[in-house]
Design a protein around this ligand. Structure first.
Ligand SMILES: C[S@@+](CC[C@H](N)C(=O)[O-])C[C@H]1O[C@@H](n2cnc3c(N)ncnc32)[C@H](O)[C@@H]1O
Length: 213
């Protein structure tokens, strides 16, 4: 699918914050259908007990439970997100579960000040971040050599896959500020990784990509 020229061609973090201000309260329900994709993406991180993970665009913290299952009580999660409303939901989730070892950074992935180097990074449904080279460079600079990275999100299907593409268009207009790059959303990320692999179903709609720094 082609995006009209000039429309949503660059990520806009201010617009994203406004978008997620409206969605934060009911966001978790909207993502239920994609939970198997989240689990599959997290499995590709091959996390060990005690690992440190950067959850880029962590939103309401829906990935925290499956990450914690793998990294255990000694593990650490750094969640980055510019939306105060999404992070407020993440904080509520942390309090409800009495989780420790999670640090929330209210910032864009481009500007987040990170310390040390993590064992893995997750980009789950963060299309805007994946289209921004500065954001990728900032996150990847804070990963250990050999660290695993996984990304998942929306992708155009083949031209014949019309119902899927209508769904992707609707979901993208609602969820991202940059419509460019939906053909191969992982492109800038996998160019920075070794042993990159991408899985897409034949009808398209979503992808899971992974590799090593
Ligand atoms: C579709 S939600 C995904 C949330 C979470 N990763 C999940 O899987 O449920 C996209 C998230 O990316 C965040 N976001 C948008 N632009 C960003 C940026 N430049 N840096 C970091 N996060 C960003 C939004 O605030 C939002 O919480």
């Amino acid at each position: 699918m082609q995006v009209p020229p000039g429309r949503g061609r660059r990520p806009d973090a201010g617009l994203a914050v406004a978008q997620y201000r409206r969605r934060a309260e009911h966001y978790d329900l909207e993502l239920i259908a994609f939970e198997p994709v989240r689990r599959a993406a997290i499995a590709r991180l091959e996390l060990r007990q005690g690992a440190a993970v950067i959850d880029v665009g962590c939103g309401t913290g829906l990935s925290f439970a499956p990450l914690k299952e793998r990294i255990g009580p000694a593990g650490r999660i750094v969640g980055i997100d510019p939306s105060p409303e999404m992070l407020a939901q993440a904080r509520r989730r942390m309090q409800r579960h009495r989780w420790s070892g999670i640090e929330l950074v209210e910032a864009t992935a481009q500007s987040a000040v990170l310390h040390g180097r993590a064992d893995a990074a997750l980009f789950h449904f963060t299309h805007d971040v994946l289209q921004d080279e500065a954001a990728l460079d900032n996150v990847l600079a804070h990963l250990k050599s050999g660290a695993r990275v996984a990304a998942a999100g929306l992708q155009w299907g083949p031209a014949w896959s019309l119902p899927v593409n209508l769904f992707v268009l609707g979901a993208a207009l609602y969820s991202v500020t940059c419509l460019a790059g939906l053909e191969r959303p992982w492109r800038l990320l996998t160019a920075r990784l070794r042993d990159a692999q991408v899985h897409t179903p034949p009808v398209g709609g979503y992808y899971i990509a992974c590799g090593r720094v």
